[in-house]
Ligand binder design. Structure first.
Ligand SMILES: *Cc1c(COP(=O)(O)O)cnc(C)c1O
Length: 501
């Protein structure tokens, strides 16, 4: 029973001394502080400038180079001292355009065919704008129930995609690297490994696993763990027999096999490890199985592609990069972990100044309890908005298109006379030109530099099995057939120029 409160009159208001020097000083500061908070007309002016620039850039993109090797304008940024403000917005956008956007690679460009291309969905840029304007808090459910629920919702969607049960948990991090770190720490806790165990704990991976996972192990304080290179087949995929043999030998030595890393798309060649076979071994040997699906994970949206990713659902943890396979702007990597307790044991914390945020009302855990971050950018909106605006089918079409473009490029570049790397599992093609005489590695290094000088498209390179290979990676959402045709022209012309000396 709640006893009704007796209404008591509030104490009388203190008289305001409008001539107090203290109040005058505060009001003076207020007037200056308000310059940080433009009024409606001021916001409109800023927005027009930013929107006008974004429109000019996106309209000009088809005709712009993807890569500009002249980086001299970068230093001009120093002409504007961050300690000396009050410049007009137009001048600042101009500086940004000339010193930041133009030099180097334009990652939002259709011709970004290097590394693993990122995206830049316009809808997500607007989501970021709204996330920033509202400054929704995505770290703790008590204060940001809706933003945390939205993060749960997109993580549940990704868990379904991976094939994880609804009991899995996860987190939206800044990228694949921090997402990997989040998973590795969970794997450490789940195995109950303490510092004294690290020198005996063993990690298994092919040399093609992304370095961010090894970095995560080191950052997790586990640099002393034993690293085993698992052999690969001729498509650079992990050999299960090699894994079994290594694990058995380590057990015989008295070591503690702990973690096996699989790739759903390596950055080198896009190779997908035999995840199902690895899962068999991980189960049998009681290893934590982590899948790096930063690049390839979202291809699970394609029913016809799911067999290639079979076994991903049997992993203990997985990392996907929406800023790659979902074409988002940089800044979002997702981690999913089957054993939610392991994730929480690794990351939960308590601070008395946050005592009123503790999960008292059974509303579910907060992102801060399952990741290294407390306050973070509200990342779920940039995933949610494009999904609900366009639907999965648009993403499917864009991914399928990239797979088809890859096959097309592979065939055409081979018919130009290039020597081909392994047949692509995903959307990376590796290839090199074998010159009549001289070092092939030196020639191909010169060739990739020649394409960078050209700049109409941007391809990168890698070294696999001692061979310097060019790489074409089709994953930028703006890459379409005309871009691939242009890339073929660029290569043909560059080889011609180099061959003639
Ligand atoms: C990009 C990438 C990573 C690292 O993710 P970031 O988002 O760059 O931190 C890890 N693995 C693979 C296969 C990647 O392509």
């Amino acid at each position: 029973m709640v006893t009704p409160r007796v209404a008591r009159p509030a104490p009388p208001k203190a008289p305001v001394n409008s001539t107090s020097p203290e109040r005058a000083r505060i009001l003076e500061l207020e007037a200056a502080a308000r310059s940080l908070d433009p009024d409606s007309a001021g916001r409109d002016r800023l927005m027009r400038a930013a929107h006008g620039y974004a429109q000019r850039l996106l309209n000009a993109l088809p005709e712009m180079p993807a890569y500009n090797h002249d980086k001299s304008a970068v230093q001009e940024l120093r002409k504007l001292d961050p300690g000396q403000g009050a410049h007009p917005i137009g001048q600042l956008i101009d500086r940004f355009e000339r010193s930041v956007v133009r030099p180097g690679l334009l990652p939002s460009h259709q011709g970004h065919l290097g590394y693993i291309p990122g995206g830049g969905l316009y809808a997500s840029s607007l989501a970021d704008y709204l996330a920033a304007v509202t400054n929704e808090y995505a770290g703790v459910r008590f204060v940001g129930p809706g933003s945390v629920e939205m993060e749960d919702l997109v993580l549940d969607w990704m868990a379904r995609l991976v094939g994880y049960p609804p009991t899995a948990d996860g987190n939206l991090a800044s990228g694949g690297s921090i997402a990997s770190l989040t998973a590795i720490v969970a794997a450490r806790e789940a195995a109950g490994l303490r510092a004294r165990d690290f020198e005996r704990a063993v990690v298994y991976a092919t040399p093609h696993i992304h370095q961010c996972v090894h970095k995560a192990i080191r950052v997790a304080g586990m640099g002393e763990t034993v690293r085993r290179d698992v052999a690969v087949d001729d498509g650079f995929r992990l050999c299960p027999n090699s894994l079994s043999t290594l694990v058995a030998a380590d057990r015989a030595r008295g070591l503690r096999p702990w973690l096996v890393l699989g790739s759903a798309g390596t950055a080198d060649t896009g190779a997908i490890d035999p995840l199902d076979r690895i899962a068999d071994i991980a189960e049998r040997e009681d290893l934590w199985f982590h899948v790096d699906a930063a690049y390839g994970g979202f291809f699970a949206l394609l029913p016809e592609f799911r067999p290639a990713l079979a076994g991903m659902e049997r992993s203990d943890s997985v990392v996907l990069d929406p800023h790659k396979g979902m074409f988002l702007p940089y800044g979002t990597g997702a981690v999913l972990v089957q054993n939610r307790d392991a994730l929480r044991d690794a990351h939960a914390y308590y601070a008395s100044y946050l005592q009123d945020t503790v999960e008292s009302e059974g509303g579910g855990r907060s992102p801060a309890a399952v990741s290294p971050e407390l306050t973070k950018h509200f990342r779920a909106l940039r995933v949610w908005l494009p999904l609900l605006l366009y639907g999965e089918e648009s993403f499917r079409a864009c991914l399928r298109e990239k797979l088809e473009l890859t096959k097309y490029f592979q065939r055409e570049v081979e018919s130009l006379g290039f020597e081909m790397g392994p047949s692509p599992d995903l959307t990376v093609v590796t290839f090199r030109w074998v010159p009549e005489s001289g070092s092939a590695n030196a020639f191909n290094q010169a060739l990739v530099e020649e394409t960078h000088l050209d700049g109409r498209v941007f391809m990168s390179s890698t070294t696999v099995g001692g061979r310097f290979m060019l790489r074409m990676a089709a994953l930028a959402f703006r890459t379409h057939l005309d871009t691939i045709d242009l890339a073929l022209d660029v290569l043909r012309e560059a080889v011609y120029r180099l061959e003639r000396g």
